[in-house]
Design a protein around this ligand. Structure first.
Ligand SMILES: Cc1cc2nc3c(=O)[nH]c(=O)nc-3n(C[C@H](O)[C@H](O)[C@H](O)COP(=O)(O)OP(=O)(O)OC[C@H]3O[C@@H](n4cnc5c(N)ncnc54)[C@H](O)[C@@H]3O)c2cc1C
Length: 396
């Protein structure tokens, strides 16, 4: 039986490991330099939507939302999935045209998305100020989840199927032979496990784990790890900040996203308003520090959109990294060399929602070695070919 090492225990790594084990791969090791939820997967807004501008994303997300719907039953864990819809807004004519085109495409793909007139906008979110709004679209099937139990659910289910999850274990190098990776060099970074079911080796010298296949799911850290193999990736980390308020009585149905300034917010099932806004420029590289500038920019944008939010207290602020690609689409699939390396990175600001379906497809790709049209389209070599896969429904 082949041995698969998955690098990164974020949602992509764990979903892939779980699906590999489900397909009968007995020997799967997932390593992460930090704790589960330490990367973007533990720091995101939990938004799940099928409103995209490319047919590929729309169709994949229809499937992913179905998996989200069944996740609690399958994994025996409550992920607080709530389908209140996504309401996209724009205040510019150019983005209004984009929205209209996207809605037409989404309808052709079977989604019930519709453009909203001002009265419908107010019926769905009465508190929303429509000043300057040029267009809005709404898909009632979109929603939000609580990200952490999603991670824990995949981790526990993968372990139950025999997968080893080893946090606090950093990839520091590779051994290669004949154009293949034969071993992953690992360095333990912490002494004691936080979770008794996690396997954590004592901190110490690097050691090597042999492998037949490697799947790189290290999100914003992927270019740095790929560079250890001499492989250049075009994705770049980009800090995104986010915050949550004190809990309020339930009043907000959909996640609201303004494509003009990158403002987005939703109400969690605990009542908090969770959201963010685009703030430029951001520091270079992976940076997960919070800034005061974000908080003031977000507060102004939120109160402009929802005047009744003035005076509501922020309880918690944090940051994570989007994993940005030049065309807004992920980078997935095997590379030419090393031939047993599969990439799963570059998921922008929508990788959490894509993981349920991508985990299935990645496991199939690793097990069968077959390149489906999707993996051909989203492969690393599209950049060299100049065949970019543009996606314009990016939040933040
Ligand atoms: C503020 C914010 C809001 C977002 N909102 C949404 C949203 O609403 N909906 C949505 O779908 N997506 C959202 N995203 C994006 C989403 O979080 C990511 O696309 C997704 O979590 C990526 O998952 P991943 O598994 O690829 O990466 P990550 O979760 O980042 O996991 C990568 C892992 O690799 C590990 N790693 C790094 N280096 C090494 C090494 N050398 N050795 C071993 N392990 C290593 C890291 O510790 C990390 O745990 C948001 C992101 C941010 C930052």
């Amino acid at each position: 039986m082949p041995r698969v090492v998955v690098i990164g225990a974020g949602i992509l790594g764990l979903a892939t490991a779980y699906n590999l084990a489900k397909r009968g791969v007995k020997d799967v090791l997932v390593v992460d330099r930090a704790y589960l939820c330490g990367g973007a997967s533990g720091r995101n807004g939990g938004g799940v939507r099928a409103q995209f501008s490319s047919e590929t994303n729309i169709r994949l997300m229809r499937e992913s939302i179905e998996i989200c719907r069944d996740f609690a039953t399958e994994m025996k864990i409550n992920v607080w999935f709530r389908q209140g819809g996504y309401l996209f807004l724009t205040r510019t004519a150019a983005r209004a045209r984009d929205l209209e085109e996207n809605v037409a495409l989404q309808n052709r793909c079977g989604l019930p998305t519709r453009m909203l007139d001002p009265s419908e906008l107010h019926r769905i979110v009465p508190e929303l100020s429509s000043e300057g709004v040029r267009a809005a679209s709404f898909n009632p099937g979109d929603g939000v989840v609580f990200p952490w139990p999603f991670i824990w659910g995949y981790a526990r289910a993968a372990k139950d199927l025999g997968v080893t999850v080893r946090p606090f274990t950093e990839v520091v190098g590779f051994e290669t032979r004949g154009g293949r990776v034969t071993g992953v060099r690992l360095r333990p970074t912490r002494l004691s496990p936080l979770d008794a079911t996690d396997e954590v080796l004592p901190a110490g010298d690097p050691y090597t784990e042999a492998c037949d296949d490697v799947v790189l799911c290290a999100g914003a850290w992927s270019p740095k790890i790929a560079a250890l193999l001499g492989l250049a990736l075009p994705n770049k980390p980009h800090r995104h900040e986010i915050c949550s308020t004190e809990p309020l009585k339930p009043w907000l149905g959909p996640l609201v996203a303004d494509l003009t300034d990158g403002l987005y917010f939703s109400q969690s099932m605990r009542g908090e308003i969770v959201g963010g806004v685009a703030v430029e420029p951001v520091p270079e590289g992976v940076n997960q520090q919070s800034s005061r500038r974000f908080l003031t920019t977000y507060a102004r944008a939120l109160v402009r959109a929802i005047p009744t939010m003035a005076g509501v207290r922020v309880l918690r602020q944090w940051a994570g990294c989007y994993d940005l690609t030049p065309d807004g689409s992920p980078i997935v699939g095997r590379v030419a060399e090393p031939s047993n390396l599969t990439l799963a990175c570059g998921f922008m600001g929508h990788g959490f929602m894509m993981a349920p379906v991508m985990g299935r497809l990645l496991a199939e790709h690793v097990v069968t070695g077959q390149t489906s049209p999707l993996f051909a389209r989203w492969g690393l070599d599209r950049f060299a070919r100049g065949e970019l896969e543009h996606e314009n429904m990016i939040i933040g």
